[in-house]
Write a protein that binds this ligand. Structure first.
Ligand code: PLP
Length: 406
């Protein structure tokens, strides 16, 4: 089914829950909307941009932001002396989602016009926009499981046999939904494969700043430099202010890496007309220049996971994610049943895990998983933890006795 006809996971959830009227006020944990306090320093830059709305956004303002981001990348990933990234290796995005969706068409429009087939690989389960971006250009889709990704380095086996067919591959670290982080060894293997088979490796790192301190996730750009690929050939990193700064409404992100690819993307975007307004540019400038609010946000999530662990640690599949803010849980019961129960009895919206699956195999494998975005307040953690526990208990009891639970 084409992506435009398929229900987005959250709409599918609404359809699932449409007959229920919860006993409690609704608490939406099905979507990754950070719900952290807005940072005053960042916000204070916004009024200054008002008068610029009378003008088209200035290239100079955008260049300033690219320069600020290059500094941020340097400080975040530049522990090696060889790490160097210029503003020209960075493209500003109106949120990472639009960049991810647009990338294949920006990079492959020539090949597509000449009737060539493009193949795009992506993690399964994964963020639905990877699939939509591939379908948008009629690309062949290859899904790669998280186990296959791990095998590349864990036991050096490679059960993914399609490397030579791939033109572009998305990976996500910290991963949505599993919370896994790709270690350096795995990055290096993937970059080697990208070079060997000449495909473009796109690392979605929009959760890169949400982790348990001090374990800051390694990024693709850092891995490139570690293996001597100092110009980031074939590689792109995608970042966003939505999660790091809790600013999903600002619509601001960037892609950085291989300058040839960035140039193509930029050239396409100039025509597509998705530049950020001066208000977005100045607020982004402030947000990428400050780490204090990011650190606070990071600690907010850590605290919530620490508290949640008290309620859920007895569940066999409970694990604090290595990065990001999603709880990815094998409930042992059909996930739609659990999500129905969580909503009906507690007003909590959680996402059935298989709604994020691409292949039929993954739909099968993740039928019992749920994804919960830990975007509730600290005060709600006890309520959420107990609600998850009770829902799982109630569903497994009713399945054992054959009773149906809402
Ligand atoms: C893995 C992943 N990538 C990208 C995005 C898009 O974020 P934004 O467009 O707000 O930058 C999201 C949003 O939830 C996401 O989960």
């Amino acid at each position: 089914m084409h992506f435009a006809e398929r229900l987005y996971p959250q709409s599918r959830l609404s359809a699932l829950l449409s007959g229920s009227s919860p006993n409690k006020p609704e608490l939406d944990l099905s979507i990754g909307e950070p719900n952290v306090a807005l940072d005053k320093k960042v916000l204070s830059t916004i009024p200054a941009g008002y008068s610029d709305l009378a003008l088209y956004p200035r290239a100079s303002l955008q260049y300033e932001l690219q320069t600020t981001i290059s500094r941020w990348l340097q400080s975040r990933y530049g522990s090696s002396r060889d790490f160097s990234i210029s503003p020209e290796q960075i493209a500003i995005l109106a949120g990472s989602r639009e960049g991810i969706f647009m990338l294949p068409i920006a990079l492959f429009n020539r090949q597509l016009q000449q009737g060539e087939q493009v193949t795009i690989a992506m993690p399964d389960p994964g963020y639905p926009i990877y699939l939509a971006s591939a379908e948008n250009i009629g690309a062949r889709v290859k899904s790669i499981t998280h186990k296959q990704l791990h095998q590349l380095t864990a036991d050096a086996s490679d059960t993914f046999t399609d490397w030579s067919q791939i033109d572009l591959m998305f990976v996500c670290s910290p991963n949505n939904p599993t919370g896994e982080v790709l270690p350096l060894k795995q990055w290096i293997r993937l970059i080697e494969l990208a070079k060997e088979h000449q495909f473009i490796l796109v690392a979605d790192e929009c959760y890169s700043e949400i982790y348990i301190e001090p374990y800051a996730p390694t990024g693709i750009l850092e891995a490139c430099v570690a293996m001597g690929n100092i110009h980031f050939d074939n590689c792109l990193a995608v970042h966003s202010l939505s999660k790091r700064s809790g600013l999903p409404g600002l619509r601001s992100g960037f892609m950085a890496g291989d300058q040839t690819l960035i140039k193509k993307l930029q050239a396409y975007r100039n025509y597509h007309g998705v530049s950020l307004s001066s208000i977005q540019l100045s607020a982004s400038q402030a947000a990428w220049s400050d780490e204090e609010h990011v650190c606070k946000n990071r600690q907010t999530y850590s605290k919530k996971f620490t508290a949640l662990t008290q309620y859920l640690e007895a569940l066999p599949s409970y694990q604090v994610p290595q990065g990001g803010f999603y709880l990815w849980l094998d409930t042992g019961c059909p996930s739609e049943q659990i999500c129905g129960h969580l909503y009906q009895h507690f007003g909590i919206k959680a996402l059935p895990g298989h709604y994020l699956a691409i292949s039929a195999d993954a739909v099968n494998d993740y039928q019992n998983y749920i994804r919960i975005a830990l975007v509730c307040s600290q005060e709600d953690i006890e309520f959420v933890g107990n609600a998850i526990k009770e829902s799982i208990l109630s569903c497994s009891r009713s399945n054992a006795t054959g009773d149906h639970v809402a």
